[in-house]
Design a protein around this ligand. Structure first.
Ligand SMILES: [Zn+2]
Length: 376
């Protein structure tokens, strides 16, 4: 079987190497690496062995074809322009997303796909109507908190991936359409509120015309506006906003709505519930209270994408080894990617944690710990 040059690139980028680094490690020229990666040159057995040894990827990894190609999507178009990420960090993130997507596709081939349900949002639709339609299509009520957004997205056929990048620069996620399927990639370094806000933001990039057409600044603004409304719809938030609006009142509200106090302050201001003076005062108090950023609240229902790990539990009994064997990825990498996803115990933990205030997310007829809620 011929060699898959793009996998040499993938392995190199997963090492955070540029072509010169791999060339030096293997003892060939940089142009040879470039040609190997583009597929215009076949490596000798000795060179392939060297590449395998120096990158830590088994030789057969380089012979497998990719099941899916994750383009840069919103990452390239919107985020990277303002991001402080270095080029090799960007390549690393994309290669990791590519690896996670390949593992997902490999496992998904064992299952029947969920029927894809994507909101079709017309450009002329007012944004509040677009958000209501998105909530309806995803199966969320119009004014209640969305308890587990990522789960709803997975159930609607969105491919949601979590990648173990820690807090790499300002990276929190990106999205792209791949073979007519929406893919959302999230940083595993995010807290629950961060995952929710990022997923809602990326949903906008995928579905809301205002958030994928136009100048970068306006597209980002639209995506944030859409995401904020999706998680904090006007009717529900207006009804429940404490009076007067204080940080401690908002701290209670964040447990119910699963968003940060900061996002609630901003939303209250946008809804005209705060004077400019009150708004500034709250932001100052927020900064004093959490000078290093607001920590994620303990006890929120889990939001990490679940489908990838769940499918591997069904197909391989959760074994990273077997998945690695079948796909050619190194075991440690497969284990890390699986570990970045929601586990079976996530749901139990959140229900058993005495500090968890999961009872504050009432959903009629459903329990937080119900196994049926898990994405499959
Ligand atoms: Zn964006």
């Amino acid at each position: 079987m011929p060699l898959n040059g793009s996998r040499i690139r993938q392995a190199r980028e997963l090492k955070k190497w540029v072509q010169c680094d791999l060339a030096a490690a293997v003892g060939v020229s940089q142009s040879a690496i470039a040609r190997l990666e583009s597929g215009s040159l076949e490596p000798s057995r000795a060179v392939l062995r060297e590449i395998s040894e120096k990158t830590g990827f088994p030789e057969r990894f380089f012979r497998e074809s990719d099941l899916i190609d994750v383009p840069e999507g919103s990452f390239l178009r919107f985020r990277s322009r303002r991001s402080k990420l270095k080029a090799r960090d960007r390549s690393y993130i994309l290669a990791l997303a590519q690896a996670a997507a390949n593992l997902h596709e490999h496992l998904a081939s064992h299952f029947r796909r969920f029927q894809l349900r994507v909101p079709h949002l017309d450009r002329d639709l007012p944004i509040d109507d677009a958000v209501s339609e998105a909530r309806r299509v995803l199966g969320a009520s119009s004014a209640e908190p969305i308890q587990r957004l990522v789960f709803l997205l997975e159930k609607a056929g969105f491919v949601c991936l979590s990648i173990p990048v820690g807090r790499l620069g300002d990276f929190d996620g990106f999205s792209a359409w791949v073979d007519r399927r929406p893919v959302i990639v999230l940083s595993a370094g995010l807290g629950t509120e961060g995952i929710r806000v990022t997923a809602a933001h990326e949903l906008a990039h995928l579905c809301w015309p205002g958030a994928f057409n136009g100048r970068v600044a306006s597209v980002e603004r639209e995506a944030y506006a859409f995401g904020g409304r999706l998680l904090m719809p006007a009717t529900g938030i207006r009804q429940e906003m404490p009076s007067p609006i204080t940080i401690s009142g908002l701290s209670d509200l964040r447990m119910r709505w699963g968003v940060s106090v900061k996002d609630l302050i901003v939303r209250a201001e946008r809804l005209g519930l705060l004077s400019e003076e009150q708004y500034k005062g709250l932001l100052i108090r927020h900064r004093r209270l959490w000078p290093n950023g607001e920590p994620s609240a303990v006890g929120l229902p889990p939001e990490r994408p679940r489908a990838l790990a769940k499918m591997n539990e069904v197909v391989h009994g959760g074994s990273a080894n077997k998945l690695a064997q079948e796909t050619g990825y190194p075991v440690w990498m497969v284990a890390q990617i699986l570990g970045a996803h929601g586990s079976k115990s996530d749901l139990r933990r959140s229900a058993a944690d005495p500090g968890a205030r999961v009872v504050r997310f009432p959903l009629p007829g459903r329990r937080v710990s119900s196994a049926k809620e898990e994405a499959g």
